[in-house]
Design a protein around this ligand. Structure first.
Ligand code: AMP
Length: 427
């Protein structure tokens, strides 16, 4: 037996309704907020991710990299933003001079230690708004995430925001943090030691106990924000209040990637038994990525949610309905001529927007009946010798258990009548 690749998972037929639920919610809310879908490749040239200022573990340690047959360096995307920006620049979408509001849903790949809520191939739903820097826009994106979560039915969820300041504030803070941490270097965890030089901000969200003690008295980013960055943050907060978004400021919040500046935010689940991976999604503003990739100098903001974690959250809160087969009718027939006669009825009903199934295994009556019951068919249509000879069908309503003998041409009408009485939701 060949097993699935470590860190991947299968979605079996009895679970797919959960994904459809989530995907439908995504389509609804993106429509409401006027975002258009964009689809870009899963593989990109490695240089797109391995940029000179990108020191995150996600890129440096967790990417799937390989050479193709022509010796090109290829990377399976670990996140969605870089590919969208690459395409934005390559297709000169900036020449339309409009704010581009796009969303994506797709697979990402990271070589991480698999655990509940953390996989090596996983799905993200994300949005990007490219072409502007505007406090109302930033607040609107946070409001979007908040409304998305509420629309799923999730309640025990918190939004945290922080400002990393403009590039200068961020550099000043980085230096202050290095100066503060340097004397504690020997006591830091190995991961944090390694981050001290290139990526000290990430030490702030270390989960190591010793690190947490050291970080407690570290300088606070708020004290390093420039006047403009402070003003920008307070404008965003004003709008968030108008939008009635509940949020908390967390000055230790930094994001995994190195390209963020100004506002960053995360959506966390406070759900019992949820597990350690409780960050459902997050995002922030990035001011330098587009020009770093040789595009025009312009700002953008985006967020991404992990879809598996959303599903785990919805499962933990019992927000999914039981898996249900949605079969309207099952056509049971036996005998060669009867089968041919049944095909016409089967096709007629299927072309009338009913969900219809039949026996494709040549089973006896008893097993066909079992099959129909297992599939929760609302109606059975039974074709035997009597029905064939008299050009009729037998219809059984499995809910009321009533049975009718009908002329072949009356069957659709009767099913619709019965549905109205017994299954109002369907029509
Ligand atoms: P990030 O791009 O790291 O900010 O991730 C955004 C969201 O994607 C996270 O909040 C998670 O919900 C999800 N995510 C990140 N990495 C993984 C992973 N390895 N497996 C499953 N979900 C992930």
């Amino acid at each position: 037996m060949i097993n699935k690749v470590k860190g991947t998972y299968d979605i079996l037929p009895n679970e797919i309704h959960k994904w459809h639920f989530l995907e439908n919610k995504i389509r609804e809310i993106t429509k409401k907020y006027n975002y258009i879908e964009m689809r870009v490749p899963i593989m990109e040239y490695s240089e797109l991710f391995f940029r000179k200022n990108e020191f995150s573990d996600m890129v440096q340690k967790e990417t799937y990299n390989f050479k193709d047959k022509a010796d090109r360096n290829i990377t399976l995307r670990p996140e969605g933003t870089a590919g969208i920006i690459r395409s934005y620049i390559e297709n000169k979408l900036y020449s339309f001079n409009e704010l581009l509001k796009v969303y994506y849903v797709g697979q990402m790949f990271r070589y991480e230690r698999p655990q509940k809520g953390r996989y090596r191939q996983f799905m993200q739903f994300g949005v990007e708004v490219i072409g502007n820097k505007n406090a109302l826009l930033d607040a609107d994106i946070i409001k979007f995430s908040s409304e998305f979560i509420t629309s799923l039915g999730l309640k025990n969820v918190e939004i945290e925001i922080n400002s990393l300041g403009d590039l200068k504030s961020r550099e000043d803070y980085k230096q202050a943090l290095i100066n503060y941490l340097e004397p504690f270097k020997e006591n830091l965890s190995n991961d944090s030691k390694a981050r001290l030089k290139n990526n000290p901000l990430r030490i702030l969200d270390s989960k190591d106990e010793e690190d947490i003690k050291i970080i407690k008295n570290a300088p606070n980013i708020i004290d390093y924000l420039s006047f403009d960055s402070k003003k920008y943050l307070s404008k965003i907060e004003e709008y968030l209040k108008i939008f009635k978004v509940n949020y908390k400021i967390n000055n230790k919040l930094v994001r995994g990637l190195d390209y963020y500046s100004e506002i960053v935010f995360e959506v966390k689940a406070n759900i019992k038994n949820f597990g350690a991976q409780n960050v459902l999604g997050g995002g922030g503003r990035y001011e330098s990525l587009i020009s770093e990739l040789n595009g025009p100098k312009m700002g953008a903001i985006g967020f991404a949610f992990g879809m598996e974690r959303l599903i785990i959250a919805l499962e933990s809160e019992n927000l999914f309905e039981e898996f249900k087969n949605n079969l309207d009718a099952y056509v049971i027939s036996f005998g060669e001529e009867e089968k041919k006669y049944a095909v016409g009825i089967f096709e007629h009903l299927r072309n009338s927007s009913l969900i219809v199934d039949t026996d494709f295994k040549g089973q006896n009556f008893k097993n066909q009946l079992k099959d129909a019951i297992n599939k929760s068919a609302k109606f059975l249509i039974i074709i035997g010798k009597n029905e064939l000879d008299s050009n009729t069908v037998t219809l059984k309503n499995t809910k009321s258990q009533q049975q009718f003998t009908l002329k072949k041409q009356d069957i659709l009408k009767k099913i619709k009548e019965e549905m109205k009485v017994h299954y109002e939701d369907k029509l």
